[in-house]
Design a protein around this ligand. Structure first.
Ligand code: GDP
Length: 302
């Protein structure tokens, strides 16, 4: 239900256009595909992904000898899910260890919703019965530490911090010791997101990761890149840059409730081969959902 509500803008715009298209055509022909192509591009699915999708749809229509546009609902849905899955079944669920401390690192530029996502995920995990701690690793941006503390208080989880300007790797070291001492299940780590200086960002993230790896073999268990869905192709270019800088294991796509262009989910997965793991569907504490491709795609036509 929350998923449906959060996707309202995308659903309204996309399903309205597809409904209209299907109603106007009596036969699935070349023109039908041309119009469908435009609809997909306007939903930010991305040109490369749209081309691939249209090709696959044409093959499927030919293979099954489909003529009636009504049949295209299920064909389109199936292919959208296929493209999302990309053949290999990459898990969309978070890699949370059944035993011991799980460390999740958050990266992304300012304003995308990183702090909010950390707060929301802390709330979600706590509700699932896990003990959670936050590490204020963005020591660079003024206000970042305080903002994380506000979320910590709101959710009722401890925040490990040092003063502004201190070494993020030292914050992580402290946080890991504290998490071990208090038997914490999941440690959520904020980091600074300066893309202006790629070399510095890379060095900082590498240093942070080294400290984490040294303290807990196999950690960090996730490096989640937070992207703002309302920024469309800009989010795509941020993702490309972060992928060069560090080993991103999953995407959190925020503000999906604020855009009609939810197709960006598909473009990111298909063009970058990184699974979208969580989606932000609003500003409230419980507006974070695990991403499920079937639910998402079928929700578009519901
Ligand atoms: P940060 O700079 O990346 O840490 O970004 P913040 O967490 O401070 O978020 C920036 C703004 O985006 C805030 O006003 C948040 O309330 C808002 N925001 C974050 N996630 C979502 C979301 O999923 N939906 C909506 N509508 N707003 C969001």
């Amino acid at each position: 239900e929350k998923f449906k509500r959060g996707l309202e803008k995308t659903r309204n715009s996309f399903s309205e256009k597809v409904n209209d298209l299907i109603a106007r055509y009596r036969k699935v022909d070349e023109e039908f595909f041309e119009e469908l192509e435009e609809i997909l591009i306007s939903a930010d699915v991305g040109v490369a992904t749209v081309m691939e999708l249209i090709d696959e749809l044409k093959m499927e229509v030919k293979r099954r000898n489909i003529q009636d546009p009504q049949q295209m609902y299920s064909v389109i849905s199936e292919k959208l899910v296929d493209i999302y899955r990309g053949g290999d079944e990459q898990p969309t669920a978070l890699n949370i260890q059944p035993n011991g401390l799980t460390v999740i690192l958050f990266v992304g530029v300012n304003g995308v919703g990183k702090t909010t996502t950390i707060g929301k995920l802390a709330y979600k995990l706590k509700n699932e019965g896990k003990t959670v701690m936050l590490a204020a690793g963005d020591t660079f941006r003024a206000g970042a530490i305080e903002q994380l503390e506000v979320w910590g208080e709101r959710v009722g989880v401890e925040v490990i911090k040092q003063s502004a300007g201190s070494d993020p790797a030292a914050v992580m070291y402290d946080a890991i010791q504290a998490a071990k001492a208090r038997n914490i299940d999941v440690l959520l780590c904020d980091t600074a997101g300066r893309l202006q200086n790629k070399v510095n960002l890379m060095k900082e993230l590498e240093k942070v990761k080294r400290v984490i790896e040294r303290e807990i073999p196999g950690a960090p268990h996730e490096v989640l890149l937070v992207l703002d869905a309302t920024t469309g192709q800009n989010a795509m270019s941020q993702a490309k840059t972060f992928k060069e800088v560090t080993n991103v294991t999953g995407i959190v796509l925020t503000k999906l409730d604020g855009t009609a262009k939810g197709g960006i989910v598909l473009a990111i997965r298909n063009e970058l081969n990184i699974p979208v793991k969580l989606v932000g569907l609003g500003e409230k504490m419980d507006d974070l959902e695990e991403f499920n491709p079937e639910q998402y795609v079928y929700g578009l036509f519901a």
